[in-house]
Design a protein around this ligand. Sequence first.
Ligand code: SF4
Ligand code: SF4
Length: 403
Amino acid sequence: MSCGLCLNDCPTYRIIGDEADSPRGRIHLVREMLATPGAPKASTVEHLEACLVCRACETACPSLVPFGRIMEGAREEIADRRAPGGPRGRIRAALVDVVTRPRLLRVLSSLASLYDRIGMRALARRVLPRRLAEMQSLLPLPEGAPYRPRGRSDADVQLVAGCVMAVAFGETQRATARLLEGAGRSVGSPEAQVCCGALHAHAGLGQRARELARSNIEAFGDGERPIVVTAAGCGAHLRAYGHLLRDDPGYADRASRFAARVRDASEVLAPADARRSLGRPVRVVYQDACHLAHGQGIRRQPRDLLRAIDGVELVAIADPERCCGSAGIYNLTHPEVATQLQRQKVAAILAARPDAVVSANPGCILQIQGGLRAAGSDVRVVHLMRALDDPASLSKGASPSKR
Ligand code: SF4
Ligand code: SF4
């Protein structure tokens, strides 16, 4: 259609101001690349790699162009053609490898914790060059012990442990299980599950993404039990397994059935399950994660759950669905654009004068937390499930934001 109605909603177009960094421009580049044999031009690779895959353009597009799928396919095509001149792509592949290995993540997370305890983080903020200081603020600090998945034969819901979620947000995962059990569900979490593969798919590592999808289909098994997710990026990708394995005759049908069972935790809980009292009013900003709002169309449920906590006042911010710049590992591969988006988000949050920010995605939490700290703010940033399980985490001193 090339109508351009998506342009104003594209964060990279608004920052970079180049048509080639807009959804319409990128679709044009993908078309051109597919029509031209051989390695794609370095400039094409750069513009396609600069996309956040935030999918805001999908929400804006009246023609329902599936931009996320187009971009993942294009990146796989780039990887297959072994394009030269894509150093950021190679960095991204190496980073994907680190972030999706729980054992390695656990070691990094423990080092980050030690680094924080001995005061290095505060020192680094003062002495490191600005870019490095911003990057070190994104190091995930563990929230208690890691979450260890444990299968249960009588489980009626299955919890996705996640990579970053299991290592750095262990307490949030246990809180999710408590909430679900409190709502009368029995919760299992298959021990054989692996990374969902979202970051691999975004990086064009399609073959690895498909291997991981097959492993998860085996680990979670067939049947009807909901597969519950607490990370927006993982949920959006798990729902796409049917598309990812559509050409695999051994798995296509099972993948579609698997995808149909995926639920964000906010869809499984009802406001009655979250009814608690805070004892005092707390102003809360709910941050829409791109892969929850644009990727899965989930906007109302998290807000309804938060409103069920007596004392919570939800306050609106400007451009609530604009990406915060986290976007998987985009903040590491494209720190210039990511930092601008982070600052815009932090400014919008601070203008609303909240006591806490709530999100349902680990990347957004770390990105916003880092931005708020850099701005000298102590506003708390809490995962939705943690807030519902323990509403005092929205206001008390020893909060997850102080991790
Ligand atoms: S996915 Fe996001 S960054 Fe990429 S073109 Fe669409 S709106 Fe722009
Ligand atoms: S992606 Fe959709 S909104 Fe954007 S130019 Fe194409 S048809 Fe128009």
